[in-house]
Design a protein around this ligand. Structure first.
Ligand code: NAD
Length: 482
């Protein structure tokens, strides 16, 4: 059976403990590879390798770093099909989605930050008649990047690329639930000629390997994407050590649909924003609020469209809904559907695990589920489910729907559907979330600030923001004698 290896000091190596964890294919329920069960010794070795590489990497010209990162990007693109298949097998997502979204985005992440490094500039301030100040931006040193399972290579590379471009050396950990494409990336980094120790990938459990990265005294910053509870723990550990933190956490996003919207576009996009990746995208809209005049029509059309989605083998090109990532996650999502019933929810569609025949007969599949008749403040509508479950609720006024939308502890993203320009601006201003999409969803420009408000996170990724996160500013003040 394939044994995934850690990538430390430029080499692929076994964990010090020589212990491994099972890696499941969620579409079949079978163990198909083994993951290093790394601990603080592996993390210690990775940090040492990164420290050793830092003086050379951080002083390398931006152009040379650019060339190396562009080679990584080109190799991901070369292997697009194989990486998409690996992501699909590891995560359960349809291969077609990995091929059109996940892997192309990893290509773009490296490309974007390779070129951004060439354009990074700093400021100068003239203190008239006395001095000139300039801001020196210096890479922090060794930084930790920790990512989740839902968009494995997409989010892993979204952290690593800016860290490397800024001149930092990295100790990174992908989710233990989806380690495969990070392992394949380590091979591509070797092929691209990334100097040894610049990027180190340590596989293993969150509390063990991840915790060791967070608490290591020589790791200067943590860029983390994952659950809010884990983010809380990381913040508690990192704060007394004064580490820089970027936390991208959970969400419970509203999708607000006004009667004057472009109906057909809204309907097609709402199917995607609800159920893409089995609802396991932090940006999926799971609370759908519909203005009353079109509520019944929307309900009927939405149910019809969603019931046409094909649940099936993720490797089958015609599949729309693949497997959820793990048995534990399947059980969590099903338990929320049970909770919704006890809270008075009416299941309009789905509500059960789904059976897929053939090689996927033991896989973890769930029917896309639509629920109505729930109060906006019940647990089902307040807590993150992170699965193919949405709730529908009618509303009458802007004030009312804003109250519903902003009632949760999260504030990651929101979608608003209206053709009324003034209303779009009003809603965008008043919704408490880091992103507001108007008449679209998941339309991303990598230059924009990305992140959440409230319990959805601290800090912003994207654009020059991420390069700045991995550097610290020094004010150099030079007195001028006139
Ligand atoms: P998780 O918090 O369980 O794990 C995320 C990563 O952190 C994994 O690599 C895990 O091994 C590691 N980890 C766990 N405990 C740790 C610890 N004590 N110290 C250090 N590392 C630790 O999250 P998950 O279940 O993998 O991902 C789902 C969550 O991620 C959802 O809440 C989702 O909303 C969120 N998410 C947020 C965004 C965003 O951009 N805001 C994007 C994707 C996913």
């Amino acid at each position: 059976m394939l044994k995934i290896e850690n990538y430390i000091g430029g080499e692929l190596i076994a964990p010090v403990s020589e212990d491994y964890l099972d890696n499941f294919n969620p579409a079949t329920g079978e163990v198909y590879s083994l993951i290093p069960d790394s601990d603080e010794r592996d993390v210690g070795n990775a940090v040492e390798a990164a420290k050793k590489a830092f003086p050379v990497w951080s002083k390398m010209s931006a152009e040379t770093r650019h060339d190396i990162l562009m080679r990584v990007s080109a190799l991901i693109e070369r292997d697009l099909d194989a990486l998409a298949e690996a992501e699909s097998v590891d995560n359960g997502k349809p291969k077609s989605l990995a091929k059109s979204v996940d892997i192309p985005r990893a290509v773009s992440n490296f490309k974007f930050y390779a070129t951004a490094a060439m354009h990074a500039a700093s400021e100068a301030h003239e203190t008239v008649g006395q001095a000139i100040n300039y801001t020196l931006r210096q890479p922090l040193g060794v930084v930790g990047c920790i990512s989740p399972w839902n968009l494995p290579l997409y989010l892993f590379s979204w952290k690593i690329a800016p860290a490397l471009a800024s001149g930092c050396c990295v100790v990174a950990k992908p989710s233990e639930i989806t380690p495969m494409t990070a392992y394949l990336l380590s091979k591509l980094c070797i092929e691209a000629g990334l100097p040894a120790g610049v990027l180190n990938i340590v596989h293993g459990l969150g509390t063990k390997a991840g915790g060791a990265i967070v608490t290591h005294k020589d790791v200067k910053a943590i860029s983390f994407t994952g659950g809010t509870k884990t983010g809380e723990w990381i913040a508690r550990e990192a704060a007394p050590k004064f580490k820089k933190l970027s936390l991208e956490l959970g969400g419970k996003n509203p999708n607000v649909i006004f009667a004057d919207c472009d109906y057909e576009e809204m309907l097609a996009t709402t199917v995607r924003s609800s159920f893409s990746n089995q609802g396991q995208i932090c940006l999926c809209g799971s609370r759908i609020f519909v203005e009353r005049p079109i509520y019944e029509k929307f309900k009927a059309d939405f149910i019809e469209k969603v019931s046409q989605l094909k649940i099936g083998d993720p490797l089958d090109e015609s599949t729309n809904i693949g497997a959820v990532v793990s048995k534990e996650h399947l059980e969590k999502v099903l338990s929320y559907i049970e909770l919704a019933k006890t809270e008075g929810g009416k299941i309009l569609l789905g509500g059960k695990s789904a059976k897929v025949s053939g090689r996927c007969k033991n896989g973890y599949f769930i029917e896309p589920t639509i629920i109505e008749n729930l109060a906006f403040d019940c647990r089902t509508n307040q807590e993150e489910i992170f699965g193919a479950v949405v709730t529908l609720q009618p509303f009458d006024t802007e004030e009312e729907v804003l109250r519903y939308a902003n009632s949760v502890e999260y504030g990651l993203s929101a979608t608003v559907w209206t053709e009324n320009l003034s209303r779009a601006h009003r809603m965008a201003e008043k919704i408490a979330s880091g992103i507001v999409w108007v008449n679209c969803w998941l339309l991303r420009d990598l230059r924009t600030p990305f992140g959440g408000m409230k319990n959805s996170g601290v800090g912003r990724e994207g654009g020059f923001e991420a390069l700045r996160f991995f550097t610290q500013e020094k004010n150099v003040c030079i007195k001028i004698n006139y």
